[in-house]
Every structure is written in structure tokens, then in C-alpha cells.
Ligand binder design. Structure first.
Ligand code: CMP
Length: 139
């Protein structure tokens, strides 16, 4: 089934000028970038986006990191895009990520792990709506 998922290229990756290299991995995997914007995430946006993690010990660090430099927010489209992108990203901890995945190739640590991808179709819809209007997504 054709799906859309939400992606973020995180500050550790934009700082190292890796946007194009990460987009190449995404496109080579058959996912289409149907919306994309480079933004500086506000503290309020990051807090809201990661609200599910607010009781975790790393929440404050995560919000600080996500607001520390520009990010690229994206909508990716393709067959089974949610699961496909999670496969392309690799495990959250780059030490456990499979060869050829974005995190194996580029991530620095479990916190600074270069990319985010939605964990379910339902969350993809919620996350996309936090950053994009419908008419900004051109499939
Ligand atoms: P992400 O997919 O964006 O969703 C939650 C994020 O929390 C995750 O990627 C990591 O960047 C971050 N995270 C998860 N576990 C840890 C951890 N142990 N320490 C710091 N950050 C973490």
C-alpha cells in the first residue's frame, strides 16, 4: 500500500552537510521525497514533537539537541513507506544498525542519530500534520 511517513534529518547531520547524502539513500531505497523544508525547530515544537518521551531521562537533552542547529523535515512516500523508512534508517543505536543503513553510515550516537522516522502510520499522520499543510505535499 502506498503510504506517507514523516522524516527529520537531525542537527548532527545538517551540521556535517549530509542532507544530500541522506536524501540519496532515501531515494535509492525507492522512497519519494514529496515535501521538504529546512527549519530551525523551536523549543515548543521539539517539546511537543517528543512529548511521548517527556518522562525519559534523555528528554531535556533531546529537546536541546533538536533545537541546536537546523533540521530538514520531510514527507516520504512509497510502498509501505513507514516500515520501509525504518529499515532504511537502521536501529536507533548506530552501533546496532545494519550495514548500508543511514544510521550505520552516518549516525554518531544513540542521541545524535542523524534521522527520525515515524514508528506507525497513525503517528506518521500526526507528525506530518505538525509540520506540513496538505497543499505543501506534492505527490
Ligand atoms: P527518534 O527516532 O527521533 O525518537 C526518539 C529519540 O530519542 C531517538 O530517535 C533518539 O535520538 C533519542 N534517544 C533514544 N534513546 C536515547 C538515549 N538513551 N539517550 C539519548 N537519546 C536517546
Amino acid at each position: 500500500m502506498t503510504e506517507r511517513t514523516f522524516s527529520i534529518i537531525k542537527p548532527d547531520a545538517t551540521r556535517r552537510n549530509l542532507t544530500g547524502k541522506i536524501n540519496a539513500v532515501i531515494e535509492d531505497a525507492g522512497l519519494r521525497i514529496v515535501a521538504q523544508r529546512r527549519i530551525r525547530m523551536s523549543k515548543a515544537q521539539a517539546e511537543k514533537f517528543y512529548e511521548v518521551h517527556k518522562e525519559r531521562p534523555f528528554y531535556g537533552e533531546l529537546v536541546d539537541f533538536m533545537t541546536s542547529a537546523p533540521v530538514v523535515v520531510q514527507v516520504l512516500e512509497g510502498p509501505n513507506a513507514v516500515a520501509k523508512y525504518r529499515e532504511v534508517m537502521g536501529a536507533t543505536n548506530p552501533a546496532q544498525a545494519a550495514d548500508g543503513t543511514i544510521r550505520k553510515l552516518y549516525a554518531e550516537s544513540v542521541g545524535e542519530n542523524s534521522v527520525h522516522g515515524s514508528d506507525s502510520l497513525e503517528n506518521a499522520g500526526i507528525e506530518i500534520a505538525q509540520f506540513f499543510k496538505d497543499d505543501e505535499i506534492v505527490g
